[in-house]
Design a protein around this ligand. Structure first.
Ligand SMILES: [Zn+2]
Length: 493
């Protein structure tokens, strides 16, 4: 089987088990990073205001808008200038900057880089030079509102195990455990095994690029480690994948996915249960007196449940997408705009009521909440990156094609889309009837078969990767527009 070694960026996420003292250090670093971000933001805004004033005075603006390196220089100068400021008098603000040196300097630099990048992205977006939705003006990060997080660069991070002879201060001696060694903070226990990453680093097949430490809504600390990993990439399908052939996948609401072979991958049971508990917990918050201790507790409970739901959902998706890419040569998914669907829900009640004749507001709201929940965007992204690793070709079909209303048996397209409330798809042309989602999955599969004109079961290699048929050639040939999967895994946003 053809195998190629490629360098790809891969994310490893670990829950941390910090000691109480370490947890305080983590919180301090997150607070410091937020402070530095806001400091950089303010410096940029001041420079922009100065330019405006210079323009208004009729001159050419002379003030330079600071970039990342300017901000780092200014930050160091500011910190040094105020390192021995006296204690503030009654009612004055504290200006002493001695606290800055207690934390790792790189965490400030990363925050300043983020501030500079937020503004350059904003200007690019405003000038129409950036893909995606229009970005708003960068805002200040509010304490308690913004997610607690900070970054450290790869050279300062290590993954170790207690077997290597050291452990966090005050930690029990016990079984061997994996640790991440953070600058200034030292070794912090991982809540789970870090063996895979540790072994790769030891063997020299992975290099840690950066780590982002963050606190989840349930208060637990995590680290997301981005590593550059040498991976064996299969460039063609295995026998099992060839036998599996082409599969259409319709990601959905009630089930994670409906497949063109007629089966469905259900949501994990425990996820359903957690969703019910989450709804109850949210009602409890609504019943509490604002500002009360009871309300704080209820909000914390919602936070914990949210974190759990997120975890279960991701877990379910990972299992589903791994199973699919290992057993199929080609997978076709619909390329609809998840952002749009989620935003639709946020557009509010008025809009839903206006459309009540067509689809009851409740159905639509529930459907869209569940859409956001099942993380269709994440699922598609997982399929694409895993497909690229394991020799499965993932085709993202044109989102504007009428897949949902095309009969998968005879190919006749209905004039109007099938309402989401309809469970069955009934074709007026050929009389066939089947579950709506199965029909969509089958229609996707048959479009994929036309786009990849090789019968996988004959044992021929699928040749879209560097062969005669490239998706670009298909597109130029006036057929179905397709998007090719990314060969490297993008950084998780
Ligand atoms: Zn039909």
């Amino acid at each position: 089987m053809p195998v190629e070694i490629r360098l790809i960026q891969q994310a490893y996420k670990f829950a941390l088990d910090p000691t109480p003292a370490q947890a305080r250090m983590l919180a301090s670093h997150a607070g410091g990073a937020r402070f530095a971000y806001n400091w950089g933001n303010a410096a940029i805004i001041a420079a922009l205001d100065a330019r405006e004033a210079e323009k208004a005075a009729g001159g050419k603006p002379e003030t330079k808008v600071p970039g990342h390196f300017d901000l780092c220089k200014q930050w160091t100068a500011w910190k040094d200038a105020h390192a021995s400021d006296p204690e503030p008098a009654e009612g004055e603000r504290r200006t002493n900057t001695a606290w800055v040196s207690e934390n790792f300097v790189g965490s400030y630099q990363a925050a300043l880089r983020d501030a500079a990048k937020a503004w350059s992205d904003f200007f690019k977006s405003a000038a129409g030079k950036r893909k995606g939705r229009r970005l708003g003006r960068p805002r200040f990060k509010k304490r308690g509102k913004a997610r607690d997080s900070f970054q450290v660069h790869g050279g300062t991070l290590r993954v170790e195990s207690t077997g290597a002879g050291f452990r966090p201060k005050g930690a029990d001696k016990g079984a061997t455990r994996d640790m991440i060694v953070l600058p200034k903070i030292g070794p912090v226990f991982l809540h789970e095994s870090g063996r895979k990453l540790r072994r790769r680093v030891e063997k020299g097949t992975a290099r840690i690029v950066r780590g982002t430490v963050s606190r989840d809504s349930d208060g637990r600390w995590h680290i997301a480690v981005t590593a550059e990993v040498q991976r064996e990439i299969r460039t063609g399908p295995s026998k099992r994948q060839r036998d599996g052939g082409v599969l259409g996948v319709d990601f959905g609401v009630r089930a994670i996915a409906t497949l063109s072979d007629g089966t469905a991958i259900p949501n994990p049971r425990h996820l359903e249960g957690s969703l019910g508990r989450l709804a109850k917990a949210q009602q409890a918050v609504a019943r509490c007196e604002p500002g009360s201790a009871g309300r704080r507790k209820a909000v914390a409970r919602v936070g914990r449940l949210h974190a759990r739901v997120k975890h279960l959902r991701l877990d379910g998706l990972h299992k589903a997408t791994s199973g699919l890419v290992h057993s199929r040569a080609v997978i076709a998914v619909e390329g609809f705009d998840v952002q749009e669907t989620v935003r639709y829900r946020k557009r509010g009640k008025a809009d839903r009521e206006k459309n009540r004749e067509n689809v009851p507001g409740k159905v639509r709201a529930d459907r869209n909440r569940a859409l956001a929940d099942t993380g269709i965007g994440i699922a598609r992204w997982q399929l694409q990156s895993k497909g690229a690793w394991y020799g499965c070709q993932v085709l993202v079909m044109d989102k504007h094609a009428p897949t949902g209303r095309t009969c998968s048996a005879c190919g006749t397209a209905k004039a109007k889309p099938v309402p989401p409330a309809d469970e069955l798809f009934t074709c007026e042309a050929c009389g066939s009837q089947m579950p709506r989602r199965v029909n969509t999955a089958r229609a996707l599969a048959s479009r994929a078969r036309k786009a990849v004109p090789v019968a996988p079961s004959t044992g021929e290699t699928l040749n879209a990767r560097g062969g005669d048929v490239s998706p670009a050639a298909v597109r130029d040939g006036g057929q179905m527009p397709l998007k090719r999967e990314a060969s490297t895994r993008p950084r998780p946003g």
